[in-house]
Design a protein around this ligand. Structure first.
Ligand code: MN
Length: 259
């Protein structure tokens, strides 16, 4: 199973979480919210072959941490995965949007200049704005839209642009979310939890909770959980064996699947 968007460094006991993921054989993309957290977060996964750490600057922190863009650029050659990045257009935060846009554009330009990256992207209430930016930087890499919550029209636009989608258990609780997930291109779907931010049965979600997303997908696609898992593992292998970001120094996720 795969958790393609999890904040490993934000759990109270990340070492224990890493060990549990290792024992369960889970593949985890450990996303970060500021560049200054990248090295420490990377160290948490130790020698794990199934956990990779993405270099990020979260849109909700962009206005405070724009000064870390220099560090972002310094670290980028070492990072094959970039995230969490993106835009967030929650009403009431308008004063932060210009900084957010500058940060997102800077990151996309850096990724494009450095051969592209696999990117986990936040787009809350900002899907069209995110897609506009991705269109402006067509060689920034492969976008994986995390927790997509737009309209069917926006979903089609994203899919036509080549976006991937990481789907968490919370996304398929409502009818609208299920209808969106049902229309996502099956060959470009992965699972995620967004733990510990996302909740699962009134506690922080953890990577093994992607099993719930697998069951939801099995229902939506009228397939067995085992078949869905095979599809998702095939998608995952295709994504990580692509040339995107393969020039980065810390490229691979181990031997069986070179993540
Ligand atoms: Mn997140």
């Amino acid at each position: 199973m795969i958790d393609f968007h999890c904040h490993v460094d934000l759990y109270p006991n990340p070492d224990e979480l890493v060990q549990r993921c290792e024992r369960a054989g889970l593949y985890v993309l450990s996303v970060t919210t500021v560049p200054s957290a990248w090295r420490g977060t990377k160290a948490l996964s130790g020698t794990s072959k199934r956990i990779r750490t993405a270099l990020g600057l979260h849109p909700e922190l962009a206005h405070e941490r724009e000064s870390e863009l220099g560090l972002f650029d310094e670290l980028l050659p070492e990072a094959r995965y970039v995230g969490e990045i993106g835009l967030d257009r929650m009403p009431g935060t308008e004063s932060r949007w210009p900084a957010q846009s500058r940060v997102f554009r800077h990151i996309l330009a850096s990724c494009q200049r450095d051969g592209g990256r696999i990117m986990s992207i936040h787009s809350r209430r900002a899907i069209d704005a995110v897609l506009d930016e991705l269109e402006s930087f067509p060689r920034a890499g492969t976008p994986v839209l995390h927790w997509f919550s737009g309209s069917q029209t926006q979903l089609k636009r994203a899919a036509d642009l080549g976006c991937w989608f990481s789907v968490g258990p919370a996304m398929v609780r409502g009818r609208r979310g299920r209808e969106l997930v049902a229309r996502m291109p099956r060959a470009r779907v992965l699972t995620e939890t967004d733990g510990p931010f996302a909740q699962m049965d009134a506690r922080a979600a953890q990577p093994s909770d992607v099993s719930a997303a697998l069951r939801n997908l099995a229902d939506l696609w009228s397939l067995s959980v085992a078949d869905v898992n095979n599809i998702l593992m095939g998608n995952f292998r295709k994504l990580i064996s692509s040339a995107v970001g393969s020039g980065a120094q810390s490229s691979y996720f181990g031997d069986e699947v070179r993540f």
